[in-house]
Design a protein around this ligand. Structure first.
Ligand SMILES: *Cc1c(COP(=O)(O)O)cnc(C)c1O
Length: 462
């Protein structure tokens, strides 16, 4: 972490503004009741500060907007595709570069091609969409993060690392032929946005190469991860983020990426790899649902914006501010005694809702209750990552089993909010913390069989 005593100053000025409106307390009360205490049902115009996600919510630069005017919308072989290919190759270094409309499209195409029923696909921690894309193939998605990833008080600097011993044990037990690829997510989104060290990437890569298993990165936040390596890992401090990023990708055989994160755009995805035969199969699959291989479901102007964003995201002034901004919000909460998952990760701050609300038992959803309270109090939208999203029914006992961590995530969109906005969020949470005993638990009144968090409805208890 860089100098946390200094306030992070935005390395940009504002050329175009989007007004945000503060609702009244009464309006918000009506809105949450109408939405069944589910923040996915709140129209965005009724949200003052929206920290639901950092995905697709970035502000583009004037260079990116100018690039959009230069988009070449030719169906095949557009100029914009070649710029995109060059920009991706410059960083990732793989031979084949395939655009897709989102990260999950890249995952679907890759997994549909290489994953067979009964296969096992390890990751540090699978993101929801990679897990789903493995599981629809009737294969098993395995999380091999170190124990530290699940301990909010462990202050290790690379909590995103994969447990390489677990990986070796898995290969021994299943046999390499059951493992079509190993994935590693940088930074580890489902584990607090924590980085993976270069040493760990190299170790995992060596194990894969020894066993002949392809090694792919889920590279949505590669620049944030590379910056953490520069700041935190021995021997890396004098090196540029681009050099480190190239080292990261040189460990792997390919990558998927959602451009909605570290390409600083609102839509897009990337699939890139070295294997010629596999690339041909992937392109054939791409054509069926996404489009021809030089646009993959995107407009030429989107490819321009991604190409430009990939350069900007590696600028050190940008990254220094980005990481410091998230660290600053974390510090404000931590100093006030609010329980947070530490150390701060790259894109979000996670509040430990079960410790914030010890009087609410897990079957009354403390994370959901806290995210509702924060919206009610201040018009701030966060997202629950806990029992609502991840509780599973134990088939044997019929009882719900709750996840290890009960969190709300405050994801920080890139280049969108100022320090004052984040101070407002912190002040609101601190004021809630002082009155936390007044926050009530929730009971489910309606739910869907899959991914229930999007549509579930609740009522308040008591
Ligand atoms: C967002 C994300 C994805 C999926 O990308 P989409 O563009 O939303 O489809 C995959 N993996 C990780 C780690 C992500 O954060």
């Amino acid at each position: 972490m860089s100098d946390s005593s200094r306030k992070p100053v935005e390395p940009f000025k504002i050329k175009s503004v989007e007004p945000i409106r503060m609702t009244s307390r009464e309006e918000r009360e009506q809105i949450i009741r109408k939405g069944g205490f589910n923040l996915f049902n709140v129209p965005a115009e009724n949200v003052f500060i929206d920290l639901l996600t950092d995905s697709g919510t970035s502000a583009m630069s004037h260079f990116q907007w100018a690039g959009m005017m230069q988009g070449d919308e030719s169906y095949a072989g557009a100029r914009s595709y070649f710029r995109f290919e060059k920009a991706v190759r410059n960083i990732f270094g793989f031979k084949h570069v395939i655009p897709t409309h989102q990260g999950r499209a890249a995952e679907r195409i890759l997994f549909q091609t290489v994953v067979e029923p009964g296969h096992r696909v390890p990751n540090n921690i699978h993101f929801d969409t990679t897990r789903a894309n493995v599981e629809v193939r009737d294969a098993e998605a395995l999380d091999l993060a170190r124990e530290a990833a699940y301990d909010p008080d462990d202050r290790s600097l690379f909590k995103g690392d994969m447990d390489v011993d677990k990986l070796k044990a898995l290969i021994m037990e299943s046999g390499a032929e059951k493992i079509p690829l190993v994935m590693l997510t940088i930074t580890n989104n489902s584990g607090g946005g924590q980085p993976v060290s270069l040493a760990n990437l190299r170790a995992a890569s060596a194990v894969c190469r020894e066993s002949g298993i392809p090694f792919f990165l889920d590279a949505c936040r590669f620049a944030e991860n590379a910056y953490f390596i520069q700041q935190r890992e021995d021997g890396q401090s004098g090196r540029s983020v681009l050099e480190i990023a190239r080292d990261i990708f040189s460990c792997a055989d390919g990558a998927t990426m959602s451009a909605k994160k570290d390409a600083l755009v609102n839509i897009g995805g990337i699939l890139t790899l070295n294997d010629d035969a596999l690339a041909e199969e992937l392109r054939n699959n791409l054509i069926v649902s996404e489009g021809f291989s030089t646009y993959g479901g995107l407009a030429g102007r989107d490819l321009e914006a991604i190409s430009q964003g990939l350069e900007e995201v590696m600028e050190e002034a940008y990254l220094e501010h980005r990481i410091a901004q998230v660290g600053y919000l974390w510090e404000l909460l931590h100093q006030a005694g609010i329980p947070v998952y530490g150390p701060p990760g790259g894109h979000a701050v996670y509040v430990l809702a079960d410790r914030f609300l010890p009087h609410i038992p897990s079957d009354q959803f403390p994370g959901q209750a806290l995210s509702i309270a924060l919206y009610r109090e201040a018009g701030v939208r966060s997202v629950e990552i806990g029992g609502v999203m991840f509780a599973k029914k134990d088939e044997a006992t019929g009882k719900d089993v709750y996840p290890e961590l009960e969190l709300i995530r405050l994801a920080v969109p890139r280049r969108v909010y100022t320090l004052t906005h984040l101070e407002y969020v912190a002040d609101s949470l601190i004021s809630l913390f002082e009155r936390r005993n007044t926050i009530k638990g929730l009971r489910i009144t309606h739910q869907a069989p899959h991914l229930r968090h999007f549509t579930v409805r609740f009522e308040e208890i008591g």
